[in-house]
Write a protein that binds this ligand. Structure first.
Ligand code: HEM
Length: 453
């Protein structure tokens, strides 16, 4: 039975439950999962494309076929909500922001916020993207060793803070950075803390609460200060002046939650995408040579503009391929609101569904030599032949990433601005080890040597 045939009409209660790894009484599959989440996920396809198991008292079902991803995110999306598990984990920091909220409130907020992501707006943010990336490139000395993961986080946080608050936080980012780091610690999938409520007094939880309190103070002061200001171009200003059809705006709490959501969703993700681009370029000199040729011929010594992005076709493929191999948001979560039929199996109401991009993006049913970094594979013919949800680094359907356009512009602009002047060589090290935090992160620092071109 093909995936699309099995999505047909059988009533869920007549169907079998999905298969899955053996589970132990009480703990289910928790120990296997915590021991090595990657090995655990890798073992799931032994059971097919719809696999069930339980972790930390939560029933999970992982879907590994693009058709099922499309069914849940798009065609039958109303049968699924955001996962309680994810909402509980993020609640203290992102509150009821766009990422976590549901129903009418989410719809209202998405409509009010959307204009901040219109193409013209994104275009106005490209100036600080170029300027801050060029500042970073200027600050490095030939032969110097930098921690590329840290450097990219600082750079994307500086860019995002400018776009969100019209603040240049080059030298004063601690409250914002601490909050983001603390929530990441808590979200580490290999750690027990990820499954504990915030009130349990572990060291991680205490640090998390301190950091979010401090963050609330900073944002609260900023909102208060800005309430009386005339409209500006930054997100906070746009949101402060946005009103719905009844003429109502957002409360301080709603604004705080949205700002925390953007900050969290939009800084680490793009920093990681860039980090993986630099890593892949340093370890694939042939690709790096082609990228250099394109940057030299298209930019001809200038900094890139939004208009140049259209001509930077190879740069685009490099980023697309990096997001395939190392998707920073590596798993999308949903929860069934009712019993549903997926792939001929009954998924009971209340089950947490996961779609791991890092597995679907490297499935040899859709990609030849799936583990190889080959930007050339992204020809129009290949894209047409690919099932829609075999590639979804930004999710899909009504809840797809609202920041996609911003992120796509930022990653390409920063990459082009820096790579036209600098190459990074990898300081000797082993393979790239990853961990499943709130995002897909390198386990160890990634050090690189700056080589001026
Ligand atoms: C490489 C960078 C990024 C990646 C890989 C990424 C990935 C994703 C994914 C997969 C989702 C869907 C989650 C789901 O369906 O449950 C999402 C949602 C979201 N992203 Fe991004 N994102 C990125 C950058 C950004 C940026 C720059 C912003 C904001 C400035 C942002 C803000 C959001 C928000 C607010 C949502 C929730 C949207 C909603 O539910 O209506 N993201 N992102």
């Amino acid at each position: 039975m093909t995936a699309s045939e099995s999505m047909a009409t059988d009533r869920p209660d007549d169907l079998p439950l999905p298969p899955g790894p053996n589970s132990y009484p009480v703990v289910g599959n928790t120990l296997g999962f915590l021991r090595d989440p990657f090995a655990f996920y890798d073992s799931l396809d032994d059971y097919g494309d719809v696999v069930s198991y339980s972790v930390a008292g939560e029933e999970f079902c992982t879907l590994l076929h693009p058709d099922y991803v499309e069914q849940v995110l798009v065609t039958e999306e109303s049968k699924f909500g955001k996962s309680d598990f994810v909402q509980d984990a993020g609640e203290r920091f992102v509150g009821n922001g766009l990422f976590a909220s549901e129903g009418e409130f989410w719809r209202r907020q998405r409509t009010l916020i959307q204009p901040a992501f219109y193409r013209e707006r994104i275009e106005s943010y490209t100036e600080p993207m170029v300027e801050f990336a060029a500042d970073a490139a200027n600050s490095w000395i030939d032969g110097e060793t930098v921690r590329i993961d840290e450097v990219m986080k600082r750079l994307t946080l500086r860019i995002l803070s400018k776009a969100l608050f019209d603040l240049d936080i080059r030298n004063q980012q601690s409250a914002i950075r601490d909050a983001v780091n603390a929530i990441n610690e808590k979200g580490d999938a290999g750690s027990v803390d990820a499954f504990l409520p915030d009130w349990v007094p572990t060291a991680t939880n205490r640090q998390f609460r301190r950091a979010t309190d401090q963050f609330d103070d900073v944002i609260g002061t900023l909102i208060e200060k800005r309430r009386g200001d005339p409209p500006g171009d930054d997100f906070l200003s746009i949101l402060l002046h946005a009103t719905d059809e009844r003429g109502e705006g957002m409360s301080d709490k709603t604004l705080r939650d949205e700002m925390a959501t953007f900050l969290f969703a939009g800084h680490e993700t793009t920093a990681l995408a860039l980090t993986y681009c630099w890593y892949l370029l340093a370890t694939n000199p042939g690709v790096r040579g082609k990228l250099n040729d394109e940057l030299d011929s298209v930019l001809d010594g200038d900094t890139p503009t939004m208009a140049d992005l259209r001509d930077l076709k190879y740069t685009d493929k490099v980023v697309t391929e990096a997001l395939r191999l190392y998707p920073p948001a590596y798993v999308v979560f949903r929860q069934t609101k009712e019993d549903v039929n997926v792939g001929g199996y009954r998924i009971p109401a209340g089950t947490s569904l996961t779609f791991p991009q890092f597995l679907i993006h490297t499935d040899d049913r859709w990609y030849d030599d799936p583990d190889e970094f080959r930007p050339e594979r992204w020809t129009p013919e290949f894209e047409n032949s690919l099932p829609d949800y075999a590639y979804f680094p930004f999710g899909g359907g009504p809840r797809h990433c609202i920041g996609m356009r911003f992120a796509n512009a930022e990653i390409r602009i920063v990459l082009a601005t820096i790579a036209r002047r600098i190459e990074f060589d990898r300081v000797a090290g082993g393979d790239l080890d990853l961990r499943m935090g709130t995002t897909l992160e390198p386990t160890d620092p990634i050090e690189m040597t700056v080589v001026k071109r």
